[in-house]
Design a protein around this ligand. Structure first.
Ligand code: FA5
Length: 343
């Protein structure tokens, strides 16, 4: 190629580069522009390679011409890239900004009242040296009834009250029920770890009952079992009074009546005096209790000559209703935010 022709090509290239450069409005345009002129196979690179054909003297003339174009082109390219990238960033900032001073109403969750009450109960009993145990919802018929000295003829086993899961076997270890109370955990705890025992067990219980404002088919109880040497009813009364006073944050009055539960002897029903400000106070039936029956100790493989103790089972759901003045048990199973948000 003649130097004149080369000069002409450089001038032509420069004119097109300048025209095309003016059309660049985006980073995509810029990439295409780069590929067309500056990339490995770009026009400028091809022209630069053709320099090889010139003599050293000719190179001295045409070399600087094309170098000048290349230097300018590179500088323009970088400047344009910076400008376009900044524009993209500014656009993004416009749409992404956050006003950190703006006050937004944020809906936060809270614990369910039953969970709050359960945690508080656990705290209080931990403070008195009790452990928290757990048991399954689907329980062996044996553990739920037989081991607790509830004979096969007892009305509590009636289809009206118990949700049977598996029936038909003569062996109560083979049949299962939805546990009707938390008392079977007493047996589990005795068999697992022996005496002495100081445990509570909060959990869900199930009964096939007529439902009303104070009775649900699923409700929560918590069981308390204390086995040791020389335990008597005054220990039961002391633990209960201490628990109730801490739970309700005031001195609570209790009334002890004789009651019948096959798994305790003597058996007791315990009521608490309950007052809502502005309303008449009343005795509320809250729990069943008593000294653990020797047959139950036997089922739990405890040496009844050495150890004895008390047990009680409290309606945790009822305790929750008292604490928060909830007058219908069905609210506790609802997912209504107006209700749940209050706690
Ligand atoms: C029992 O379940 C015994 N296992 C308690 C017990 C344990 C006695 C250890 C002695 C020794 P009862 O059926 O009374 O007892 O139930 C205890 C409490 O559970 C009741 O006082 C009541 O507060 C609550 N409760 C019973 N049925 C329901 C129900 N359908 N809905 C809500 N709470 C209930």
């Amino acid at each position: 190629m003649e130097t004149a022709e080369f000069k002409g090509q450089v001038a032509d290239l420069q004119a097109r580069v300048e025209a095309d450069f003016l059309d660049i409005t985006s980073l995509d345009d810029l990439t295409l522009f780069f590929q067309r002129y500056l990339g490995k196979k770009g026009e400028l690179s091809v022209l630069l390679k053709s320099l090889k054909a010139f003599s050293p003297d000719e190179k001295k003339v045409v070399g600087p011409l094309i170098q000048k174009v290349k230097t300018k082109l590179n500088a323009d390219f970088v400047a344009k890239r910076d400008t376009l990238e900044l524009a993209v960033l500014n656009e993004k900032l416009k749409s992404d900004w956050i006003d950190v001073t703006k006050h937004e109403e944020v809906l936060t969750g809270n614990l369910h009242p039953l969970s709050k009450v359960q945690r508080r109960i656990e705290e209080i009993f931990h403070g008195m040296g009790f452990e928290v145990a757990d048991g399954p919802h689907v329980e062996k018929e044996w553990t739920n009834f037989d081991a607790l000295n509830i004979p096969a003829s007892h009305p509590a086993r009636d289809m009206q009250d118990t949700f049977f899961v598996k029936t038909g076997s003569d062996d109560p270890h083979e049949n299962s029920v939805l546990r009707t109370h938390t008392s079977p955990v007493q047996i589990r705890r005795m068999l697992e770890r022996g005496a002495p025992v100081r445990m509570i067990c909060p959990g869900r219980t199930f009964r096939n009952e007529d439902l009303d404002a104070t009775h649900d088919a699923q409700f929560y109880q918590f069981e308390c079992l204390l086995l040791d040497e020389d335990i008597n009813l005054s220990h039961l009364k002391g633990v209960l009074e201490r628990f109730l006073s801490e739970f309700f944050e005031k001195e609570m009055k209790i009334r002890i009546r004789p009651g019948y539960f096959p798994f305790v002897e003597p058996g007791l029903e315990i009521d608490v005096w309950f007052e809502i400000p502005g309303k008449k106070g009343k005795w509320l039936e809250l729990l069943g209790a008593g000294m653990v029956h020797p047959n139950v100790l036997k089922a739990g493989e405890i040496d009844a000559d050495k150890y004895q103790g008390f047990a009680f089972g409290v309606g945790l759901t009822r305790l929750t209703m008292m604490k928060y003045e909830i007058d219908d048990i069905r609210f506790l199973a609802s997912s209504k935010q107006d209700f749940l948000g209050q706690f």
